[in-house]
Design a binder for this molecule. Structure first.
Ligand code: NAP
Length: 279
């Protein structure tokens, strides 16, 4: 165990480091995810993405304990469910997650959605700052936040989020959101990096670029994320695909390849509306 090559690390604005590639775990259940975490760790994954909303934190915890790797070598993200937003509730939300995971701390705690109509994300963030100071969450960040939501955190709170996890892929490249994150030292983490249930991976241009390097469409897409400096969390419970998705650090897309991938951009209206709870 532990001999598989690992993903490179990206430094966060608080000094901690996040593995550039992690395992997405939605919609795996407890039993499936426990097995998937063990398989992934054996293939070099050290970063696992879960959320209270996924209902699989117990399984993630079991996978961690069965992985044969020290907890300290793993980077575990969870996300606060909307029902726990608000200053009094966020601490209880993290406590519940830690109890289900069987962990003393998480490496990264995210606000899952801004839920701007509830207008509780600022008070939630102030509680996140306290949880970070108490060592319960090493890094704190957000998900599905637009620049306007982040601007409010910058004005009304002290700590700049380390990460904003948003939907990004070659078909939904989100250049403005990423540039905004970059300009504030926030690492962009791509969810649905392979296009989730869309037909992105069937695009002929990906097969064509992949042939040049002996790589699959999924590997070309994940390499695109890596070269954009993004963190990506592809989900699969298939060990062969886990291996494939990790095997993207030995080739380089050139300028022409990147130009070809730009043709996959589905336009500014594609993707989720972050005011709506997704997964
Ligand atoms: P994704 O990772 O882009 O795509 C997952 C799909 O791709 C699955 O159907 C998987 O099938 C397939 N797949 C995986 N590797 C493949 C490969 N090498 N070749 C072909 N197909 C492959 O989409 P996602 O699950 O939506 O996003 C990833 C993770 O992001 C989630 O699991 C979750 O942790 C997180 N997420 C967060 C939010 C948020 O609001 N913060 C929203 C959505 C997702 P198999 O499983 O059958 O292999």
């Amino acid at each position: 165990m532990g001999t598989a090559p690992l993903a490179p690390l990206i430094e966060l604005n608080d000094g901690y480091k996040i593995p550039q590639l992690g395992l997405g775990t939605w919609p795996l259940d407890d039993a499936q995810v426990a097995e998937a975490v063990v398989e992934a760790v054996a293939r070099g994954y050290r970063h696992i993405d879960t959320a209270a909303k996924y209902g699989n934190e117990r399984g993630v915890g079991n996978g961690i304990r069965n992985s044969g790797v020290d907890r300290g070598e793993l980077f575990i993200t969870t996300k606060l469910d909307g029902m726990y937003q608000g200053s009094g509730k966020a601490a209880a939300g993290l406590e519940d997650s830690l109890e289900r995971l069987g962990l003393e701390y998480v490496d990264l705690l995210l606000i899952h959605w801004p839920l701007p109509r509830r207008d509780e994300f600022v008070s939630t963030w102030k509680t996140f700052e306290e949880l970070q100071a108490a060592g319960k969450a090493r890094s704190i960040g957000v998900s599905n936040f637009k620049p306007a939501h982040l601007d409010r955190l910058f004005r009304e709170t002290d700590v700049i989020p380390a990460v904003n996890q948003i939907q990004v892929s070659p078909s939904i490249p989100r250049p403005a959101a990423r540039a905004f994150n970059d300009s504030h030292g926030i690492v962009t983490e791509s969810y649905s990096p392979l296009g989730a249930s869309s037909d992105l991976l069937n695009a002929p241009v990906l097969a064509g670029v992949g042939r040049k390097y002996g790589k699959s469409p999924g590997q070309v897409v994940l390499r695109w994320h890596v070269q954009q400096g993004l963190v990506a969390i592809p989900k699969t419970s298939n060990p062969q695909r886990m291996q494939e998705n990790m095997d993207v650090f030995d080739f380089e897309l050139d300028h022409d390849d990147l130009a070809k991938l730009e043709t996959l951009d589905a336009g500014p209206d594609a993707g989720v509306d972050s005011d709506v709870q997704g997964h």
